[in-house]
Design a protein around this ligand. Structure first.
Ligand code: NAP
Length: 248
């Protein structure tokens, strides 16, 4: 069955890979982004080239009205909603907690936690059978940092991802009888531009060699797991938190 999926933060990195892999299955994708319209347009073109349909939707996940608008735009363009990927997330430059200011911490929690919770709420409202939906799949993108803690780098970010794991456990139980599966992916060291935004562009390459598999992961390796959790092939999987970390 051809699915309609909304992916937050799909202009670059892991979200972009998941979008293109969804396109390969012939699915339709709402490609949300925050500010990089050129990257979002490129992702839309790549999804279409892969065989799917796509539209770009600008919107900051820390803004409730923007979240509602991106869900509306996806349903309006493609007529239904079968899956949501809560992928948008940020890091800040490495720092000890003692040196972090409140502006940084609020931004991390606004985008990574509140944004993800509000997107999950919208997914629940629109896909739950008792509310007129047809069921579906929600995939939350957490991080290995949730269990490693991110010491001396970003305990704020790590804590924000711990909240994503807990959201996944609770919401999967809330929505099981609503036809909605809720799972999480915990990526490890993945080669994307997020590390540059944290001040260490080569972080994944440098630390990746220390993983059991001896290398960093690619965005496509995470995207494949996301698309599997969205697909009917994972129909009996809910409440799962899948590490995609090369064993880290
Ligand atoms: P990335 O390459 O930096 O891409 C981030 C994406 O999120 C971009 O599409 C960006 O849009 C979008 N975005 C950022 N802030 C947003 C906001 N407020 N509202 C809407 N969209 C926003 O990141 P990535 O590495 O692919 O990370 C994706 C997810 O995986 C994140 O949740 C991250 O925490 C998680 N993760 C990544 C790694 C890793 O090693 N890469 C490891 C563990 C977990 P623009 O293009 O418009 O800026």
């Amino acid at each position: 069955m051809s699915k309609v999926i909304l992916i937050t933060g799909a202009s670059r990195g892991i979200g972009r890979s998941a979008a293109v892999l969804a396109g390969k299955r012939g699915w339709s994708v709402g490609v949300n982004y925050a500010s990089n319209a050129g990257a979002a347009d490129e992702t839309v073109a790549a999804v279409r080239a892969a065989g799917g349909k796509a539209i770009a939707i600008k919107g900051d996940v820390s803004d409730e009205a923007a979240i509602i608008a991106m869900f509306d735009a996806t349903e309006k363009a493609f007529g239904k909603l079968d899956g949501v990927v809560n992928n948008a997330g940020i890091v800040a430059p490495g720092s000890a907690l003692a040196d972090m200011d409140i502006t940084r911490m609020k931004r991390i929690f606004d985008i990574n936690v509140l944004g993800a919770y509000l997107c999950a709420r919208e997914a629940a409202r629109r896909m739950s059978v008792s509310r007129g939906g047809k069921g579906g799949s929600l995939v939350n993108v957490s991080s290995a940092a949730a269990r490693l803690g991110g010491p001396n780098e970003y305990v704020d970010y790590a804590g924000s991802k711990g909240a994503i794991d807990t959201l996944t456990l609770g919401l999967s139980k809330e929505l099981g009888r609503e036809g909605v599966r809720v799972n999480a992916i915990r990526p490890g060291l993945i080669e994307t531009e997020i590390h540059a935004s944290g001040g260490k562009p080569d972080r994944a390459q440098v630390l990746g060699v220390q993983t059991p598999l001896g290398r960093p992961g690619t965005a496509d390796e995470v995207g494949e797991s996301i698309v599997w959790l969205l697909s009917d092939e994972s129909s009996y999987v809910t409440g799962a938190i899948l590490d995609v970390t090369g064993g880290r």
